[in-house]
Ligand binder design. Structure first.
Ligand code: PBG
Length: 331
């Protein structure tokens, strides 16, 4: 610690813009951002998501346009989530394994349109494909069966990898899925496909607008507490991260974001591995609601919250504000 002395004035370095720039400890850049995009069927379709003001689901052509925009803005990666048509959802979520599903078509279209200019991160979990909205397969008691689900997730991950996904991001919280996916990628001749595991994912009340966007919210009858983590737990998050790293994850994620920055900081300090956070849909909606209500200035709220992620130790942040933030950072 700095000893106190008579002429210590902490405000001295804050007194002008150039000096604040010089002393800034954390710098946010477009390259820190991952932009989540919602894919829907059709051509030229753009459907606003009511609970996520400013965010739309787009058909594959529009998703490619968004990916091009990301490249222009210096955003290195997009994350894809499908809104599977209702008639393709089933108890076993088998549409996830269809090589021609929305997700695979979007992956291929981005890879055809943008080549290696952008990374494509894909979500592995069954909730956008199941008729019950859970992330896995249900046993007779309605419990999400772990090992049976992992077997399907492996096939889902391979389906996405074969379509050209660069980063597989399992968001399901089943035990053992990272190892199983890593082995399948190695055996399946996709050794360079990365795994970013949603390692510490909490059973959060902040996911509501996302579930509207992928159309699973209305289907979900109960909660996800038997697999997603208890928001009260921090030690358990470190065990989850340790395990996923041992199983072969290249990077880990903490989710949600802002209410869990303590977890981000502990994970980064403990393991020193690439650590990402997801500023989730409910967090985005809160910022938009505050701005719309005149309770805060939107641009400032966006940049302050994203900078806070970096200060806590994040390597990067998934945020629906990615394009907006990148434009602010450019300007
Ligand atoms: C699904 C998944 C969820 C999110 C990302 N992947 C929702 C959930 O677990 O119910 C949430 C993202 C957000 O709220 O922005 N496995």
């Amino acid at each position: 610690m700095t000893a106190s002395y008579p002429n210590l004035r902490m405000r001295r370095t804050r007194s002008s813009g150039w000096s604040r720039a010089l002393h800034r400890e954390t710098v946010l850049a477009s390259a820190d951002l991952i932009w989540p995009l919602f894919v829907t069927e059709g051509e030229g379709v753009e459907e606003p998501v009511g609970t996520l003001p400013g965010v739309s689901r787009r058909s594959v052509d529009g998703i490619v346009a968004s990916a091009r925009e990301a490249v222009e803005l210096g955003i290195p990666c997009v994350a894809l989530f499908p809104n599977t048509p209702p008639d393709r959802r089933s108890d076993d979520g088998s549409e996830a394994l269809n090589p021609d599903n929305l997700m695979c078509r979007a992956i291929k279209a981005i890879k055809d349109g943008c080549g290696s200019d952008i990374g494509v991160l894909t979500d592995v979990a069954l909730d956008p494909y199941t008729s019950h909205g859970q992330d896995g397969l249900l046993d007779g008691d309605g419990y999400v069966a772990n090992d049976e689900t992992v077997a399907v997730l492996v096939d889902q991950a391979m389906n996405q990898a074969e379509a050209g996904a660069d980063i597989i991001a399992p968001s399901d919280m089943m035990d053992g899925r990272v190892r199983a996916i890593r082995m399948a990628l190695e055996m399946g001749d996709r050794p360079n496909v990365q795994i970013m595991s949603y390692a510490a994912k909490y059973a959060s009340a902040f996911y509501g607008p996302f579930r509207d966007a992928v159309g699973s919210g209305g289907l979900l009858k109960s909660d996800k507490k038997s697999y997603q983590m208890d928001p009260a737990n921090a030690q358990e998050a470190l065990r989850e991260v340790e395990l996923d790293l041992a199983e072969g994850a290249d990077s880990v994620m903490v989710k949600p974001g802002l209410p869990y920055l303590d977890i981000v900081a502990r994970v980064k300090d403990t393991f020193g591995v690439p650590t990402f956070a997801y500023q989730v849909s409910g967090e985005y909606a809160m910022i938009e609601a505050a701005a719309a209500a005149g309770a805060g200035e939107r641009d400032a709220l966006v940049l302050e919250t994203l900078t806070a992620f970096k200060r806590a130790g994040c390597t990067g942040v998934l945020t629906y504000h990615a394009a907006h933030a990148a434009r602010l950072l450019d300007g």
